[in-house]
Ligand binder design. Structure first.
Ligand code: ATP
Length: 639
């Protein structure tokens, strides 16, 4: 456990003995983290502050607010309308009105420093204050941010600006509250602190709090606690519930008290890519495994609550129930079960893929058809693109968690307790075989049946347990279209664009893409893409991305600063994820993905656009670690 030195502590004011945590105290820690390059020291700063908060306020409320402000969120992912990420125009207006400086002056400053938070901070310092407003505290900021995120309707802009101005006025002249407040409102703190560091910091703080510093904590105890915390969070991605349980039962006992709960989506298990059936057979040598069709639709985690309510969650834990009213009806139908030999489930969590379905031809339709469905204000009566739900796993059944049962058992539970209904609810087609020819034929058949290829899964023993949030080698994906390339498509964040020439005049002609570094929270550039777009794609993308043009690259973009030729014509807010296909990967002097690993970054060669990934947030993009894995696998193959 890293301890901070006296010097590192020195300028840290102790928390005042009051019922409030000054917001300035929290932003002071954020500032120190921003200046700190070392990950271990960063974690120590997080955990020491959390511990201090717990010592002064031993209940769950304050620490939960602090944790959320550290990760810049206001609640769990599955709770709707809690997103920050306000546009620059609105924030510039609020800063201008609050501090009495012209919009053009603020824009000029912004162009110069590239950080609206800093501009607000400077504007604050320049404004003399006649009276001393009440200082901001953590609960008040949290409450106000929530009000802003939830504000809807006609006059919501004005209300948001009103609240922001009020808070900006209360920012202390000497602190950096204004800077972090604006960054929070923009949706990104950009201090290089990833959520997984906050989770580890929280585990350390809770452990120290329980021990009251009486005993030295052994490194193995600490690392076990961190594992427990990570596992608990992937089962229940909700800090409020986890903190409450840890404070009530002890952090070591968290897993006994963090049960899978219908209504709370768990982080889905993910698969590793493979390039050939041979690679699959090498991996599963001597083990029993099964192959399933890999359906090309949208992941749907289907929850039946004890109350009878049905909810559906996306791959990144968003509540999709409103978007899929027809899916809710299907679930209610198959749960009602016509087959009298089966009991009606009281509660459950199923892992499924929702796929577009042609009711007349009785067959699967491609993903492109599914993506034409409306995403908002969906009325079941108007739905033209119907769906069929293909179920491949049971994670919870009648209140009991199934994730530590073998996949064989889970599949048995699925098949014994649910009756398929053609075109509405079906099991994933599967084949248990380790014969190369049979598998080849099954792969070919999956493609004929409009699937992307196969998912290969371990069948028995602990390796076949469901591993929430993990990209596991016990699940392999074999995508037919990508066997010739690196084995998979990549999902990258659009950070810049190039002005179109010739036929593409008037829209963007190409884009700069970046991978997500989930250790640092930065976006590392990895290729420029201009191929694979139809004229219609380019128009749609221009209209979608134009409003997110920004004057400066974000401070958390990692790109080639030495060579101005490689900069895009315009920088963009990180909002959109492209799925792309590539031929191979190489080290490059210009691009930066995984640069900390190789000194040089990895670039992607011959990238081709497939589609935008509406179901992926920017932090769900392909990570720099995955890029280096692709690179190393390719290096091994060509060696
Ligand atoms: P990843 O989830 O690996 O980051 P991704 O979201 O692009 O990438 P894919 O790489 O295409 O997804 O593969 C995994 C996805 O395949 C799952 O998230 C799920 O939505 C889908 N899928 C389709 N059929 C199955 C199946 N039989 N078992 C598991 N997942 C399946």
């Amino acid at each position: 456990l890293i301890k901070l030195s006296e010097k590192e502590h020195k300028h840290q004011e102790p928390l005042p003995a009051s019922s409030k945590i000054p917001y300035a105290r929290l932003t002071d820690v954020l500032e120190r983290i921003e200046q700190e390059p070392g990950r271990l020291k960063m974690t120590a700063m997080v955990s020491e502050f959390f511990l201090e908060v717990l010592e002064q306020f031993p209940g769950p409320e304050k620490i939960t607010h602090v944790v959320y402000l550290f990760i810049n969120r206001l609640g769990p992912d599955y709770e709707p309308d809690l997103e920050l990420g306000l546009g620059e125009t609105l924030l510039i207006k609020a800063i201008s009105e609050c501090y009495g400086r012209g919009v053009s002056k603020i824009k000029e400053d912004y162009k110069e420093v590239g950080d609206l938070g800093l501009v607000a901070q400077k504007s604050r310092s320049a404004q003399p204050t006649m009276f001393k407003p009440a200082p901001l505290d953590v609960d008040l900021v949290f409450e106000n941010l929530t009000k802003i995120a939830r504000a809807t309707g006609k006059d919501s802009q004005a209300r948001k600006i009103g609240i922001i101005k009020q808070m900006l006025t209360s920012c202390n002249l000497k602190s950096n509250e204004a800077k972090f407040l604006i960054r929070s409102l923009e949706g990104k703190l950009r201090i290089g602190l990833a959520e997984k560091t906050v989770l580890v910091g929280l585990a350390q703080a809770l452990l120290n709090f329980e021990n009251k510093s009486s005993k030295r904590i052994l490194p193995e105890t600490l690392s076990k606690t961190e594992d427990i915390m990570r596992e608990a969070f992937s089962l229940i991605p909700n800090y409020e519930i986890i903190i409450k349980s840890a404070l009530t039962y002890g952090v070591a006992n968290l897993l006994e008290h963090c049960h899978l709960t219908p209504g709370v989506p768990l982080k889905p298990m993910l698969a590793k890519p493979t390039k050939s059936i041979g690679e699959v057979l090498d991996r599963f040598q001597g083990e029993e495994f099964t192959c399933e069709y890999k359906y090309d639709g949208e992941r749907a985690q289907v929850h039946l609550l004890e109350s009878g309510e049905v909810r559906v969650y996306s791959r990144n834990s968003e509540d999709m129930s409103e978007r899929y009213p027809d899916l809710l009806s299907i679930v209610k139908d198959f749960v009602r079960v016509t087959d009298e030999t089966k009991d009606k489930p009281k509660s459950m969590i199923l892992d499924c893929e929702a796929v577009a379905w042609d009711r007349e031809a009785k067959k699967i339709l491609p993903f492109q058809v599914l993506s034409t469905r409306k995403r908002k204000d969906v009325n079941e009566k108007d739905i033209k693109v119907h769906i069929c739900l293909f179920a491949f796993d049971v994670l919870c059944y009648n209140g009991e968690s199934f994730i530590t049962r073998s996949f064989g058992e889970r599949r048995k539970c699925l098949m014994e307790n649910f009756t398929p209904m053609e075109g509405k609810f079906q099991y994933a087609t599967s084949k248990d075989s380790s014969d190369l020819n049979e598998l080849q034929a099954f792969l070919d058949q999956s493609v004929k049946d409009s699937c992307e290829g196969l998912m290969v899964k371990m069948l028995h023993g602990p390796e076949s347990f469901y591993e929430p949030s993990k990209r596991s080698r016990n699940w392999l994906k074999l995508k037919k279209d990508y066997l010739a390339g690196v084995g998979d498509s990549l999902d990258l964040v659009v950070v810049g664009a190039y002005v179109g020439k010739g036929k593409r005049t008037g829209s963007y002609g190409g884009f700069l893409l970046a991978a997500y570094n989930d250790d640092t929270g930065e976006y590392e550039t990895t290729c420029k893409i201009g191929t694979g777009f139809s004229d219609e794609d380019l128009v749609l993308l221009y209209n979608k991305l134009k409003p997110s043009e920004i004057a400066q690259p974000k401070p958390f973009y990692v790109y080639d600063t030495k060579n101005s030729n490689s900069a895009p014509d315009v920088w963009l807010e990180p909002t959109t994820v492209f799925e792309i296909l590539i031929a191979d990967l190489s080290l490059s002097p210009i691009y930066k993905a995984a640069h900390s690993e190789y000194g040089k970054g990895v670039s992607l060669r011959f990238p081709r656009f497939i589609r935008t990934r509406e179901d992926k947030g920017i932090e769900d993009a392909t990570t720099s670690t995955q890029i280096s894995e692709f690179y190393e696998r390719q290096a091994n193959v060509t060696k």
